[in-house]
Design a protein around this ligand. Structure first.
Ligand code: ACM
Length: 541
């Protein structure tokens, strides 16, 4: 007899058992494939050998961005050659020179840019930068050519060139097949949000994240720099914000640190968009400036309960302070766009405060707190407009009906995102998508496919509406990550987002799995502790 208890026990055991056999045999990594996949690529059978004397040259034009990139990629190529030697060790050596398809030794890679980039330290990546490039490795020439209209395309092309190299199987040499690649991104804003307020990340880790972003052709670091829990941004005008609002005196980003991040990103063609989220998510501001926040009241006693809520929208000093702080922010960050946040404003504290209720009554707002928030954001937008900045807001600001300038981008992160994208673009706003790319939402196994299956253009709308899709961001919220696990949480899951934002190719999960297997090993070799994407496997590093 099967007793219900026995059946229950079997069901529980079966549902918690692990079926390790599911994950074998392993996914075989590709060799010399590109991530994210280029727009067009024609590969021939013939190939060249790259020897240690191989160099990267720039024709006529030069600048700090190109010089730095040539050095970086020369070092990467040298390291790849070392790995090639390791990979060949213990295996039967293939004498590559004797292969009839070998066209000899590739002398160098020549970068030919159509526009100059010699304004040292002046040349900044932007939303409208041209990242297209063409790469030619011809059977008829021992010189590979990378052509690009701008330095930004040259950077993307260098990354691609570094990825198409393969171990020769014949000691410390690499080979590259004759081929032509014509490439450009599908969408211009391809970002990663990093939240440095729930946990602090040492500068070194932020720079490593920027390195990894460049390996994935991501071009925006959305720096969610402060929040309720800490205020690590060291302000020049208001240093007390971080003195009192950071987790620890060692856990701040000084003006020098911020410059380091911004410059390091620039050399990789990455924009740094700061987010100073208001009026909610501002508890840490209150450690040094409690007057900016709303005193909450106890409804039973009618007295302040000692807690502070969102920024106080009826205090004119709040706007004076914000004008002064944002004046600093737009001068510290060269980027034109500033993210103003505006998400998750809880109204209960405002609703408890008698002064706010009186103000709302006097201004005919009845009990509509969304209207009060609208008034706050409206004032803030006015400040940013007067500072000549462009703005991004989380979707709630749009949903609450704030009259936004047409250029303000709406960042969609929750709910029925396809309809939200349709609604915002129909109203004429540029949009960014993150709803399907929350890296803090972890599923078991290799859940990169969940991110890969999300199509940023998969919303209902006209061509004009699609044209307003700027791109999106993978979001690394910081509650459960710090320097110990952030890299493996981001990579290669954000690589899936990167490919969907860059590439035009239709989804082919089997092909993507094999290329991602190679790309993860590549990132590992370059010092990025990305996690294995597909179950069992190995990397020679
Ligand atoms: C958000 O996740 N609150 C933007």
């Amino acid at each position: 007899m099967w007793s219900p208890l026995l059946i229950f026990a079997i069901v529980i055991i079966a549902s918690t058992a692990e079926w390790h056999e599911e994950f074998g045999p392993w996914v075989i990594a590709t060799k010399g494939e590109v991530w994210p996949i280029p727009k067009t690529r024609t590969v021939k059978d013939h190939f060249y050998i790259l020897r240690p004397g191989f160099t990267i040259h720039t024709v006529r034009r030069n600048c700090d961005i190109l010089k730095d990139a040539a050095e970086r990629y020369s070092a990467i190529i040298l390291a790849e050659a070392r790995t090639a030697r390791q990979e060949a060790e213990g295996r039967r050596r293939k004498l590559i020179r004797n292969n009839p398809l070998c066209k000899g030794t590739l002398q160098r890679l020549e970068i030919r840019m159509h526009t100059p980039c010699n304004e040292n330290g002046q040349h900044w990546p932007s939303l409208s930068m041209n990242e297209s490039y063409a790469l030619h490795i011809k059977e008829s020439s021992t010189i590979a050519v990378l052509e690009a209209p701008t330095v930004w395309g040259a950077l993307r092309g260098l990354e691609t060139f570094s990825q198409i190299l393969m171990p020769s199987g014949d000691g410390p040499t690499l080979i590259v097949k004759c081929q032509t690649i014509l490439d450009e991104p599908k969408l211009p804003h391809r970002g990663l949000l990093l939240d440095t307020a729930r946990h602090y990340f040492p500068l070194h880790d932020i720079l490593l994240i920027l390195d990894a972003m460049s390996y994935n052709k991501l071009n925006v670091l959305h720096w969610h720099i402060v929040d309720d829990n800490s205020f690590p941004y060291q302000s020049i005008r208001y240093p007390e914000l971080s003195t009192k609002g950071s987790f620890h005196p060692s856990m701040v980003y000084t003006p020098k640190d911020v410059q380091k991040v911004v410059n390091y990103a620039r050399l990789r063609g990455i924009r740094v968009i700061p987010e100073f989220d208001t009026p909610g998510h501002t508890k840490s501001w209150g450690e040094s400036h409690p007057e900016l926040l709303t005193p909450c009241y106890d409804p039973a006693t009618g007295k302040p309960n000692g807690h502070l809520g969102p920024m106080n929208p009826i205090n004119p000093k709040v706007y004076t302070f914000l004008r002064s702080l944002f004046t600093e922010i737009v001068s510290v960050f060269p980027e034109r766009y500033i993210h103003l946040g505006g998400d998750e404003v809880r109204f209960n504290c405002w609703a408890s405060n008698p002064s706010i209720l009186r103000y709302m009554e006097a201004h005919n707002m009845s009990h509509d707190f969304a209207t009060l928030e609208t008034a706050f954001v409206f004032n803030l937008l006015d400040i940013l407009n007067s500072l000549d900045a462009s703005t991004i807001v989380w979707q709630e600001v749009f949903d609450n009906g704030v009259p936004l300038p047409p250029t303000t981008a709406v960042h969609v992160w929750t709910g029925f995102w396809m309809f939200e994208l349709a609604k915002a673009t129909k109203a004429g706003h540029p949009v960014l998508l993150s709803a399907c790319w929350y890296l803090d939402h972890v599923a078991g196994g290799g859940d990169w496919q969940k991110f890969y299956n999300c199509d940023p253009l998969g919303f209902p709308g006209s061509t004009e509406m699609m044209d307003l899709m700027l791109g999106g961001e993978a979001c690394m919220w910081g509650e459960f990550v710090d320097k110990n696990n952030v890299h493996s949480r981001i990579w290669p899951r954000a690589s899936a987002t990167a490919e969907r934002l860059w590439s035009w190719a239709p989804v082919d999960l089997e092909n993507a799995s094999k290329r991602l297997e190679e790309h993860v090993c590549r990132m590992n070799r370059r010092g990025i502790p990305a996690q294995p994407p597909n179950g069992p496997g190995f990397c020679v590093t």
